[in-house]
Write a protein that binds this ligand. Structure first.
Ligand SMILES: [Zn+2]
Ligand SMILES: [Zn+2]
Length: 360
């Protein structure tokens, strides 16, 4: 029984339509842009979407892929199958070789990892925001730099050497997933617009995160997702990330978007009320900040805060939980809400040590 089945909706995009992880979903923008939402498995337990967008503008034919999948496991096959299904729906062959552009929403591996497969198979011009260019062009260098910063962060967060090693090993295991590729343009270099695609830089979840608007549809990458509150990590690890930038970017986006009726994220379902979803995300962060302040009535490390917020977690989630807790602690510390409880330990030596924070 084939897992791929054709499913097409001519339903106006303002109405909710049924989603199925194993089908290519079709959407149409208010002025005829065709969007094929292709499901890809990014990693075990993490599904995502690659979008094929076909639109004509001033006699130019745009055949654009938004994001590339992770390149891991069956992700590349998922993408190829999805393109075949989209071709049947469209009534014309569309392959990697016939694309005009690939637009990457941000420099996380589940969104650009497929590029080492795609790049040699397409003449399409590849774009990303300038703050994430190095993630694609100097992948190995970036991993080395970040793993060193990560090690310092984990010491300061209070992890034992064994736990630290297992987190770093897991982080470095992604090294084999991608090799550096060439990028053709940055969004800044083309004035944040490609034909009918308007692009806005929304740093926070990732330094070079963008959202892309086509007519009344917004592609939100991981900036806004239907259910999950997008992951945050401390700016100490990567400049231009951090909760402060993220919350500002949510506001910036809401002032910028114009007439958006449908938002399509890099994961999860479509969103028909962008403002409502953004306010839910803001509320969640406010509550989490409040909880961290309560917990820090007593001195704690980031590892202890992470445990209080998320309980016992395993595998890659250990790092995600620590980064999330770290982003909230950093936000409060930067704004003068917290202070360091064991300053004398930090003053004693030149090596990083576990930091205990408490609320003023
Ligand atoms: Zn991401
Ligand atoms: Zn993602």
């Amino acid at each position: 029984m084939p897992i791929w089945r054709l499913w097409v909706s001519q339903t106006p995009i303002t109405e909710k339509i049924k989603m199925d992880k194993q089908s290519v979903n079709y959407f149409q923008t208010s002025i005829g842009g065709k969007i094929y939402q292709i499901p890809v498995q990014c990693f075990p337990g993490l599904d995502g979407w690659v979008y094929l967008v076909l639109v004509e503008d001033e006699n130019e034919n745009y055949r654009v892929l938004i994001d590339s999948g992770s390149g891991f496991g069956c992700a590349n096959q998922d993408l190829e199958k999805g393109l075949q299904v989209a071709s049947q729906l469209y009534g014309e062959e569309i392959s990697l070789a016939s694309l005009t552009h690939v637009l990457i929403t941000h420099g996380h591996i589940d969104h650009f990892g497929g590029m080492s497969y795609i790049r040699p198979r397409t003449p399409a011009r590849v774009g990303i925001h300038e703050l994430d260019v190095r993630n694609l062009t100097n992948y190995e260098e970036r991993l080395t730099i970040i793993s060193q910063r990560l090690d310092e962060f984990l010491i300061e967060a209070g992890l034992s050497p064994d736990r630290r090693k297992s987190v770093i090993d897991l982080y470095m295991s992604t090294k084999s997933l991608h090799r550096s590729i060439k990028v053709d343009f940055t969004y800044d270099s083309i004035g944040m617009q490609l034909g009918p695609f308007k692009i806005l830089h929304v740093p926070g979840h990732c330094a070079g995160q963008v959202v892309i608007q086509l007519h009344d549809v917004l592609f939100s990458g991981d900036h806004v997702l239907e259910k999950t509150t997008p992951h945050q990590s401390p700016e100490h690890l990567t400049l231009y990330t951090g909760l402060g930038h993220y919350l500002e970017s949510l506001e910036h986006m809401m002032r910028w978007v114009n007439g958006v009726k449908l938002t399509l994220g890099g994961h999860e379902g479509p969103m028909y009320d962008l403002g409502g979803r953004v306010s839910e995300i803001r509320t969640m962060h406010r509550q989490r900040l409040k909880r961290v302040v309560e917990l820090l009535s007593q001195p704690h490390t980031i590892e202890e805060i992470s445990f209080q917020l998320f309980g016992e977690v395993h595998g890659y989630n250990v790092l995600l939980a620590l980064e999330e807790a770290g982003a909230h602690v950093e936000y409060l510390y930067q704004r003068g809400v917290l202070e360091i409880h064991n300053l004398e330990d930090l003053e004693r030596g030149s090596q990083p040590v576990a930091i205990y924070y408490h609320c003023l």
